[in-house]
Write a protein that binds this ligand. Structure first.
Ligand SMILES: [Zn+2]
Length: 353
């Protein structure tokens, strides 16, 4: 195994991401109000003393966004909000199912949108995992997969569609479990409690555990990774995490545009160095990485929304689109290959020798 070189991929065409991010353009003001409310709740929580990624004591604020102070960990490089994501905070933002959508009926349009999202966004992620596992000498179809914090089941459906049949998904929101079960009855989706994550990580019967957009949301990410490390059944951990990137500064510079990356539900952000630290501490090595972000879509969105807020410049957005949109993938490609993009996918292998 010493000769194995990890698979590193960069970028993805932004065309399909654009279509799926439309609501960011259309619903800015309402989403911004909601974001401000979460920020108000967050700053009422007690101070965060130690890094979410490495437990190092945190220093003074480096910048402030929507009234929330953030700092960079001096040991691992993780960006940390300087308040705790307490149980009350997590319950307020993750399990308030809102009532109306729970047990809802879904239209044919909903089903088409769901299927398109799986095919455009999640099947490529599943195919990446599959490619790396093949390069590691596995027959991926024989392995067991557990997707924890599965949301509406998109990634689990992507795994199934990549012809990986042994998939179990776990999610805390009853609304999202119901959505998944309605859309994809072929996916084994189960409801879990907010407090069950660590215990599940410790005991789950799976070769590959995925946390897709989850580690930044769980209350004790170190405990979750330690539990996976302690579970001898688990060989691989697949992560998608948000990364400290130019989008953070784009968001800082455009306070009237709703955030996507350092949104307040993300009370901390990873960096290349903090991920290296995490892998090393918990005895994992990276065998596959896929770096691509949406920084340039964020810049384009921020420019468009801000320009069009001035009634005399309503038409300028179209001129900007004509000039900027054809360059988005090229500009983003530079950010991706520098590993400074807003997201990364990582397949980590536990070293149990
Ligand atoms: Zn740290």
């Amino acid at each position: 195994m010493g000769t194995f070189e990890k698979i590193v991929r960069f970028s993805k065409p932004s065309g399909v991401m654009f279509e799926h991010k439309k609501s960011f353009f259309e619903d800015n003001d309402a989403a911004l109000e909601a974001e401000k409310k979460v920020a108000e709740l967050y700053v009422q929580q007690p101070a965060r003393e130690s890094c979410k990624n490495c437990a190092q004591k945190l220093g003074a604020s480096a910048f402030v966004k929507l009234g929330v102070p953030y700092t960079i960990c001096t040991r691992c490089g993780q960006v940390n909000g300087l308040h705790e994501d307490t149980t009350a905070f997590c319950q307020a933002i993750y399990t308030h199912d809102g009532g109306e959508s729970y047990g809802a009926t879904y239209s044919a349009d909903d089903a088409a949108a769901y299927a398109k999202r799986v095919a455009d966004i999640y099947l490529p992620k599943a195919a990446f995992v599959k490619d790396v596992l093949v390069a590691r000498g596995h027959d991926p179809a024989t392995l067991r997969y557990a997707d924890i914090g599965a949301g509406a089941g998109y990634f689990a459906a992507g795994l199934v569609d990549a012809e990986l049949p042994h998939v179990t998904a776990y999610e805390v929101s009853p609304t999202l479990v119901a959505l998944s079960q309605a859309m994809r009855p072929d996916v084994d989706m189960r409801l879990m409690g907010l407090d069950d994550v660590v215990q599940l990580a410790e005991s789950v019967d799976a070769d590959v555990v995925s946390l897709v957009g989850v580690l930044e949301h769980v209350q004790h990410p170190r405990d979750v990774v330690a539990a996976l490390r302690a579970n001898p059944r688990v060989q691989y951990l697949f992560l998608l995490v948000p990364v400290f990137s130019p989008s953070v500064f784009i968001e800082l510079a455009f306070p009237h545009v709703v955030s996507r990356l350092l949104a307040v539900e993300h009370t901390h952000l990873y960096t290349e160095s903090s991920l290296v630290y995490l892998a090393k501490e918990f005895g994992m090595r990276s065998v596959g990485e896929w770096w691509f972000g949406a920084d340039m879509i964020d810049l384009y969105r921020s420019l468009t929304i801000t320009i069009e807020q001035e009634p005399a410049n309503r038409e300028a957005g179209a001129l900007l689109a004509q000039m900027f949109v054809p360059m988005i993938d090229g500009l983003q490609g530079v950010i991706d290959t520098n590993k400074q993009c807003s997201e990364v996918h990582l397949l980590l292998e536990f070293d149990r020798t």
